[in-house]
Ligand binder design. Structure first.
Ligand SMILES: C[S@@+](CC[C@H](N)C(=O)[O-])C[C@H]1O[C@@H](n2cnc3c(N)ncnc32)[C@H](O)[C@@H]1O
Length: 305
């Protein structure tokens, strides 16, 4: 939280966007820092998160605008809500603790509810459709690419064999199949559940996480006013790589091939780094909130056009 506030530096009266408002844990201190007249636009793909945060942050009245939307629609949503330009934009990627605990969508391998995993249950297809319909090669590819799972083929084969007897419909059923196909190594070598990477891969695929992020980052740079701040927290290497490369390209500006003798693209740098990159949570924060242990924060400032 402290690092996010330092990165965004939200001034009183400024216009801020929280593109992943979740339970409003970051939005509230940002609203406090922009008091008395600053405004915040909060987006979340998850209707339940928007409803909960509308209740929780009701005391901020018309300083807070909430929209249920995927952040790939950031350009239109910000424009319609009067937040273009904005002074700061935050992305806190991935899923919230509420979602992890939501048995009805089975983000967790302990869930007995239907294998869904969509942030927005009104769009796309649930994870159960992928698990029960993709062939062995496609499942292997999915677990390898999006979960970096070394036993992807064995797990895919076990899933195909199991669903031949009965469909896999719950988080717990999938976790059991994965654990039987790729058991955790002896104690001490790996502390995570054997199904962790498979669940991550499914969640990324179902929510198109690696496709929506570059669209949203490009919109964010466009929306920020001069000296406006961008802060992004990611939780796994695939999304952090996208953020890192995006910021690097915007710092460089020119996209001409290295062998070109002079620049012909004419693109100017649009971002400069803010603070050390990436920033990680302090030991004290990890002790308080173990889920923060994989968080990486990257922050940048918009340069003059
Ligand atoms: C880590 S949580 C955010 C927690 C929040 N910062 C807080 O303090 O309560 C991530 C949130 O982003 C939302 N989300 C993930 N991808 C999204 C997307 N493409 N568009 C909009 N919301 C998204 C999820 O539904 C989830 O509520």
């Amino acid at each position: 939280m402290q690092e996010v506030l330092e990165s965004l530096a939200p001034a009183p009266g400024s216009f801020q966007i929280d593109a992943t408002v979740g339970g409003g844990g970051h939005s509230r201190p940002i609203l406090e820092a922009t008091s008395p007249s600053g405004r915040l636009l909060g987006l979340d793909a998850d209707a339940a998160a928007i409803a909960r945060t509308r209740d929780r942050l009701a005391s901020y009245g018309n300083r807070l605008t909430l929209r249920q939307a995927n952040f790939e629609e950031l350009a239109e949503v910000a424009d319609q809500a009067g937040f273009d330009p904005a002074d700061g934009i935050l992305f806190d990627l991935g899923l919230s603790s509420y979602q992890l605990a939501d048995d009805a969508r089975a983000f967790s391998f302990r869930a007995s509810g239907p294998l869904d995993m969509r942030f927005d249950t009104g769009r796309g297809v649930p994870a159960a459709t992928l698990i029960n319909e993709l062939d062995e090669d496609a499942l292997t590819d999915l677990f390898k690419r999006l979960g970096e799972e070394p036993q992807a083929r064995r797990i895919a084969r076990a899933i195909v064999a199991r669903r031949g007897r009965e469909p896999i419909t719950t988080g717990q059923q999938l976790a059991d199949v994965v654990a039987a196909a790729a058991p955790a190594p002896p104690r001490g070598r790996r502390r995570v559940h054997p199904a962790t990477r498979v669940f991550q891969a499914l969640r990324i695929a179902v929510n198109r996480e690696l496709e929506t992020l570059p669209v949203a980052l490009a919109a964010a740079v466009q929306i920020l006013r001069e000296n406006g701040r961008l802060a992004v927290i990611s939780y796994h290497s695939l999304e952090d790589r996208i953020v890192k490369r995006f910021i690097a390209a915007e710092r460089r500006g020119c996209i001409c091939p290295p062998e070109a003798p002079i620049c012909v693209c004419g693109r100017q740098p649009r971002l400069a780094l803010v603070g050390p990159q990436p920033r990680r949570p302090s030991d004290a924060e990890v002790a308080r909130n173990p889920r923060s242990r994989s968080a990486l924060l990257r922050a940048a400032r918009k340069l003059a056009a």
